[in-house]
Write a protein that binds this ligand. Structure first.
Ligand SMILES: [Zn+2]
Length: 450
């Protein structure tokens, strides 16, 4: 298995074809070509690519290219054959196999179908996974991150093995808070991962479950249909009972569940499920990831049920099509950062990398400048900082050790090249990281620093 092909920034289907063509020429016959990062909203055509767009580039390699959000993928015909996806494959239970008007598969699959297909693709190479982890870690350290809340993919067993091996060799420089996909809950149940590491540097905290998809792909589950697709309200991947079952199991193992919920239907489904299992005492801190479309009444329910959220302020900058998808009325409650904080909800800041840039300063900048449609949701610099420090520590069970610079706390520090306390928001994105210190050790320092 080779490195993942980066398709971010491709501006049309031809650009995607060119990058894929360059890649398939370097990959031995029969090997999988995995890519990520295309976005039909960034294409001049503004349509999904199909297998007919890429089938002529290789007859020998299965190709699997996920959209920027990770919730949609384009497969070539070779890949579909190998995965057993054929005209008999029908969309059900949160899985979508897109077909054209004549009922022929287009090569586009969505949501659970993506997850299941990725789980089938083997083999991946251990050494390359370790190298990829270290490369990603360096990027994070360079951007001033000291701890990573790290969501493993459907290939989690191999990824976990690589992380544990790097940890045992003393090669990890940052802290890892690890979440497996929901299939990993069974493994935790068998106690397999539990008996291994759980120290301050690396902890397996729980699982991430996807209640819905993304707004960009129109798979986020909405209460009312999409404004630019009135026949579609998105995809709820699980029933409420199924979510409750996952929460119950995790609770009994002492593990935390992150529920990915973007549309308002998914967010309220997640709140219902957590409420009914924890009855106001959310001790395992099950939290909602993204929580993108969330109105005032839902914010009150989050607070009362003790449910924290992890928000991605940079979405508001990237989602230039938000008005088309949701219409004006609903935009008021898209990414309600200030209302969440004012409402007493523990909101931490995430990047959703590789969906958005990993840089937390860009996240803070985005939280401060916000989107034009809801200026009332813009944060000040102290609130923005809290998302990435104190609240992040709380959402990862690290309060009392991390998230603040205080006597008795662990020495995780990010040293910036400017004082940001009174900075103009527009200048914040220019601020650089001089050094990143984790557990008293320098994990990164700007060239030229002693
Ligand atoms: Zn997510």
């Amino acid at each position: 298995m080779r490195r993942i092909l980066d398709l971010t920034g491709t501006s049309n289907v031809t650009a995607l074809r060119l990058r894929l063509f360059a890649k398939v020429n370097k990959v031995p016959k029969g090997e999988w070509v995995i890519g990520r990062g295309w976005d039909q909203e960034g294409f001049t055509e503004r349509r999904y690519p199909s297998r007919d767009d890429i089938d002529d580039l290789t007859r020998d390699n299965p190709v699997f290219l996920t959209r920027v959000c990770g919730h949609v993928a384009l497969l070539n015909s070779v890949a579909m054959n190998q995965l057993g996806i054929d005209d008999g494959s029908t969309s059900e239970e949160g899985s979508v196999f897109e077909k054209d008007s004549r009922g022929r598969l287009t090569g586009i699959i969505k949501e659970r179908a993506v997850e299941e297909a990725l789980g089938e693709i083997r083999p991946w190479n251990d050494e390359l996974i370790e190298a990829d982890i270290l490369a990603g870690e360096y990027e994070a350290a360079k951007n001033g991150l000291t701890s990573l809340h790290c969501i493993l993919s459907s290939n989690y067993e191999q990824e976990l093995k690589a992380l544990l091996s790097l940890h045992a060799k003393g090669e990890l420089a940052l802290r890892y808070r690890i979440y497996l996909p929901v299939a990993g809950l069974e493994k935790l149940e068998e106690g397999e991962s539990r008996q291994r590491v759980d120290d301050g540097m690396l902890k397996i905290l729980g699982v991430k479950v996807y209640a819905d998809g993304s707004l960009g792909a129109r798979t986020a589950a909405l209460r009312e249909p999409y404004s630019d697709d009135p026949t579609n309200s998105g995809v709820l991947r699980y029933t409420g009972e199924e979510l409750e079952e996952i929460l119950r199991k995790a609770d009994s193992l002492g593990k935390q569940v992150l529920i990915h919920a973007i549309g308002d239907a998914a967010v309220s489904q997640a709140i219902d499920a957590i409420e009914s299992i924890t009855r106001g005492k959310n001790e395992r801190r099950h939290r909602i990831e993204h929580c993108s479309l969330c109105n005032g009444e839902m914010i009150t329910r989050l607070k009362e049920a003790g449910i924290g959220v992890c928000v991605q302020p940079h979405f508001a900058i990237s989602d230039t099509w938000a008005l088309e998808r949701l219409g004006e009325g609903r935009l008021r409650w898209l990414y309600p950062l200030k209302s969440l904080l004012k409402g007493g909800v523990t909101a931490s800041g995430g990047s959703d990398a590789p969906v958005e840039p990993v840089n937390p300063i860009l996240g803070m900048w985005a939280a401060m400048v916000g989107a034009d449609y809801s200026p009332e949701e813009r944060l000040d610099v102290h609130e923005a900082l809290r998302l990435y420090t104190k609240n992040a520590a709380l959402n990862g069970f690290d309060e009392g050790n991390l998230g603040e610079i205080r006597e008795g706390f662990l020495a995780d520090l990010t040293i910036l090249d400017s004082d940001i306390r009174n900075i103009h928001p527009a200048m914040l994105r220019k601020v650089g990281v001089a050094a990143t210190v984790v557990n008293g050790q320098v994990a990164y320092s700007y060239e030229g620093l002693p």
